[in-house]
Design a protein around this ligand. Structure first.
Ligand SMILES: Cc1ncc(COP(=O)(O)O)c(C=O)c1O
Length: 309
């Protein structure tokens, strides 16, 4: 059992996959990536990789922004991912991280006249925000704008913006940051989308407010509509609207649904997990484990390979 990689067109233990220190993406952030969940379903003794195809469609879009030529079509990337998961031998939740990047070992800031490469790794997934009620602070760092680095691409360099915000939040005693756009509207967390609940409605910022169009975000919108009859409005959100919401929560592959208890030292709702957030968490748990037959097109079910010692 060990983290596995697909690297340089071969499968290998992660410990053997190494890049040179001059690699372009390492210096300039010129790569893009995905974060994909393989949830371990103990009952079925199978992994459920969640919305695998949608993640690779998004990776292909990120590649277009960065002028990276994807080495494989989406369906082949999906097959390679299945094999990485199988080979790892784990029987627990895994985080899958494919990266497409500028691989030339040269100095010089640009996107043109460079080689591209691609790898996939799969490694156990530690809990992230989920389970707890999250305390947030509005960040003094502003979300990158589409004219700076397009946030709809999951681009390595963007995560400096996220890291600055996350560490500022941590050092100020919070669990997570909420970043605003240049004109002061709510964008998202450092690695999650944000929703508020007001009455029987979900509200979340639109893609034009410099968010990553999260796959969990879309999942929650669809499941809320189909299973609970709750609609989502995508519109600008003011910071103070979050303070006055009935409930707030984050969504993301790593975080799933993470209820927000407090923002800028203001308790949200009752400070506990609100009933709509709680119901969505329950619904999502089943959906993400591949247990809801209505959403089978979202599931890639994988039988793990033999567990090595
Ligand atoms: C900045 C940012 N926003 C939102 C998300 C949530 O997206 P998804 O639900 O596709 O994981 C992520 C995680 O990938 C992220 O990094």
């Amino acid at each position: 059992m060990q983290p596995y990689a697909f690297f340089h067109k071969e499968f290998m233990p992660l410990s053997q996959a190494k890049i040179g220190i001059l690699t372009h993406a390492f210096h300039y952030g010129t790569g893009c990536f995905e974060g994909i969940r393989a949830n371990w379903n103990e009952k079925q003794q199978k992994f459920c990789i969640f919305r695998l195809k949608e993640h690779y469609l998004r990776l292909h879009n990120s590649c277009r922004i960065l002028k990276i030529v994807p080495p494989y079509p989406v369906d082949v990337m999906c097959q390679l991912t299945e094999e990485v998961v199988q080979r790892s031998g784990y029987r627990e939740n895994l985080y899958i991280r494919p990266v497409a990047y500028k691989s030339s070992e040269v100095i010089g800031v640009r996107l043109h006249n460079l080689e591209d490469d691609f790898f996939i790794i799969a490694t156990p997934l530690p809990p992230y925000l989920a389970g707890s009620s999250v305390r947030c602070g509005t960040s003094s760092w502003v979300r990158v704008d589409d004219r700076m680095i397009p946030a709809r691409g999951k681009i390595c360099g963007i995560y400096v913006n996220s890291a600055l915000a996350k560490t500022e939040a941590y050092e100020n005693g919070y669990d997570e940051a909420i970043l605003l756009t240049q004109d002061g509207h709510v964008a998202e967390g450092s690695g999650e989308n944000v929703f508020l609940v007001k009455g029987n409605l979900l509200v979340t910022p639109p893609p034009s407010d410099n968010i990553l169009e999260g796959i969990t975000r879309q999942t929650v919108m669809q499941v809320a509509q189909e299973e609970m009859g709750i609609n989502t409005t995508e519109r600008h959100i003011d910071r103070s609207e979050l303070y006055l919401a009935d409930e707030c929560f984050f969504t993301g592959t790593a975080a799933n649904i993470a209820p927000i208890a407090e923002i800028d030292h203001r308790t949200i709702g009752t400070g506990g997990v609100g009933h709509i957030t709680s119901r969505l968490c329950d619904l999502l748990k089943d959906v993400m484990l591949g247990e809801n037959p209505k959403y089978t097109e979202w599931y890639t079910l994988i039988t793990p390979g033999p567990a090595e010692s």
